[in-house]
Design a protein around this ligand. Structure first.
Ligand SMILES: NC(=O)c1ccc[n+]([C@@H]2O[C@H](COP(=O)([O-])OP(=O)(O)OC[C@H]3O[C@@H](n4cnc5c(N)ncnc54)[C@H](O)[C@@H]3O)[C@@H](O)[C@H]2O)c1
Length: 250
């Protein structure tokens, strides 16, 4: 089976809950050993316990993706324990549903640091090993907001997510000759605790613009992500795959 991930070591950031947890679940179900990371250990441990209870492989580790030293140290430990990283999913992120005038410089920096610098930090931490092993799959989690902008506001979020698309393309160009596929995924609004932070009115407006007529389910994003890290996607490089219920087509 082209989507069998047996023996692969997969690191998923922000996987203590939400989309990251769903992605870790699907990758583990296909045979990967998933390293479940989050900013704090408890949610990562709990998510790893759920995977292990099914008889699949998972281990937890905590680090803040925005802090380069923590990232380097964590990936050093991961390599020490498992010898390699085959798959990296840069999923960790935050929401902040505010209009343009409410974006303070602090909010701007925090958003860019977690989403964009966080993805960059983790990509850098795995790249040398992936080059050496001549194999790697990286998926960066962008958003429909990064492709289209967001009518709700969130310019700091949309800028970070658009930046992730640029990061993905440039890194894909660099890494392809080494046998590394770098791609991104751009989910529409998905039912998670992050989207629960939206007001009811914002959510209703967003849903009214989704041709599929409903929010995405975390497992729908997870399965599309699993496709991108599988051999079925071996000739896909620098793509940002939309999984958005038809809410934006490019
Ligand atoms: N839910 C949606 O509608 C939606 C849509 C498009 C894109 N996304 C993106 O998908 C990703 C996951 O979103 P979600 O809805 O599952 O959110 P969520 O809030 O449910 O989960 C995010 C996870 O990331 C972790 N995290 C946050 N900051 C971190 C940091 N600095 N270091 C390490 N971990 C950190 C959190 O602790 C949490 O476990 C995000 O990048 C988000 O922007 C979500």
């Amino acid at each position: 089976m082209q989507q069998d991930l047996s023996g692969k070591i997969a690191v998923v950031t922000g996987a203590g809950r939400g989309l990251g947890k769903a992605i870790a679940d699907v990758l583990a179900g296909r045979g990967a050993h998933v390293v479940i990371t989050d900013r704090t250990l408890k949610p990562a441990e709990e998510a790893a316990d759920v995977v292990r209870a099914r008889g699949e492989r998972a281990s937890p580790i905590a680090f803040d993706v925005a802090e380069q030293r923590q990232v380097e140290e964590a990936f050093r430990k991961i390599r020490e324990a498992y010898d390699r990283v085959d798959i990296l999913i840069n999923n960790a992120g935050i929401g902040d549903f505010v209009s343009f005038p409410e974006i303070s410089p602090e909010k701007w920096d925090r958003m860019i640091n977690i989403h964009l610098k966080g993805s960059f930090n983790c990509c850098q931490a795995v790249l040398a090993g992936m080059k050496e092993q001549k194999y790697g799959k990286i998926v960066n989690v962008s958003s429909v907001a990064g492709k289209r902008g967001d009518f709700i506001g969130n310019a700091h979020y949309t800028a970070a997510k658009a930046g992730i698309i640029g990061l993905t393309k440039s890194l894909a160009l660099y890494a392809a000759p080494f046998g590394i596929n770098v791609n991104a995924i751009a989910p529409g609004l998905v039912a998670t605790e992050l989207s629960d932070e939206m007001s009811g009115e914002m959510k209703a407006t967003t849903i009214s613009r989704i041709p599929a007529g409903r929010l995405g389910r975390p497992e729908e994003i997870a399965r599309a992500t699993a496709f991108l890290v599988s051999e079925d996607a071996s000739y896909i490089f620098g793509e940002t795959l939309s999984v958005n219920g038809g809410s934006y087509m490019d």
